[in-house]
Write a protein that binds this ligand. Structure first.
Ligand code: MN
Ligand code: MN
Ligand code: MN
Length: 284
């Protein structure tokens, strides 16, 4: 059985719409699937219907951004009720915050004689196949800056204007880690920490984050993210055992152009791990 529990559609920053994504997942041999868009549930109804028509077992999914001690972490939610009002409200609030952030970036760039950024970034987002109802993000601003001739390429846009510590690096306010976990659990779902290796934490900081996550009610960690190095997977597998976490795996697919995150193609879960799908949340 191939389980792929981490992927993105056009409802966030993926290239394929939910129907295309489920079709590709099914033809890659995936039999248990979750769509996990960033801070967005909009793709779930179409994905659920497509998955069932294609004969895949489907669970609701999402990838929430959360803050923990000044760092941004990602929390995967599975098997929650996508109509739960509290969860929908907090996701709506985050979306509103993203629009405000996009407007603020545009204002800052306007102050540096680069007018029209919001419209430009929105057009770049649509040109890239993105959802016109979701706020544009920094890569869209970068594309617009290239097209408008303010910079030569995306790299220069980030180096001069949008990258860490630069003018357009506006911090978004995310819910606290414990709050993100509570939102998922409150909607009847399971919270799983996404790609623990990718935060660049020292081992002791990672342990502190996992301890706080467990205390908040987090049930699992993503032991396998795409075609992750076997040594990293082994280490995360050990951590999952040590903390009593269930183990999740997913491709983190965004676009067919990246061979390292192809749908259904992941490093194997270590055999001693207990997979998340053993939990009743996955058999509702
Ligand atoms: Mn993404
Ligand atoms: Mn992530
Ligand atoms: Mn992701």
């Amino acid at each position: 059985m191939i389980a792929d529990l981490h992927m993105h559609s056009t409802a966030s920053d993926g290239l394929l719409d939910p129907l295309e994504l489920m079709t590709e997942a099914a033809s890659a041999g995936v039999s248990l699937v979750a769509l996990t868009d960033h801070d967005c549930l909009d793709g779930l109804p179409a994905a659920a219907q497509a998955a069932s028509e294609l004969g895949m077992h489907w669970v609701s999914g999402v990838e929430l951004s959360a803050q923990w001690q000044g760092h941004t972490l990602h929390v995967l939610g599975y098997g929650f009720d996508p109509q739960a009002p509290a969860l929908m409200d907090s996701i709506e609030a985050v979306k509103h915050g993203r629009w405000q952030r996009a407007e603020q970036i545009a204002r800052k760039l306007d102050g540096k004689r680069m007018p029209g950024g919001l419209e430009g970034a929105m057009a770049a987002q649509i040109a890239a196949g993105g959802d016109p109802n979701s706020p544009p993000a920094r890569p869209h601003f970068a594309d617009w800056m290239v097209q408008a001739g303010f910079v030569r390429d995306r790299a220069e846009a980030f180096r001069k204007w949008l990258g860490a510590g630069k003018l357009g690096d506006i911090k978004q306010h995310w819910p606290e880690l414990a709050e993100a976990v509570a939102q998922i659990r409150g909607a009847g779902g399971m919270a799983v920490m996404a790609h623990p290796w990718h935060y660049g934490f020292t081992r002791s900081r990672l342990r502190r984050a996992l301890k706080d996550f467990a205390q908040a009610g987090g049930r699992g960690i993503e032991v396998v993210n795409g075609q992750q190095a076997v040594e990293q997977v082994a280490y995360l597998g050990k951590l999952s055992e040590e903390f009593g976490f269930l183990a999740s795996c997913g491709s983190d697919f965004h676009t067919p152009e990246s061979p390292w995150t192809a749908l259904g193609r992941m490093t194997a879960l270590p055999p001693q791990c207990t997979p998340v799908w053993d939990d009743p949340v996955f058999s509702r």
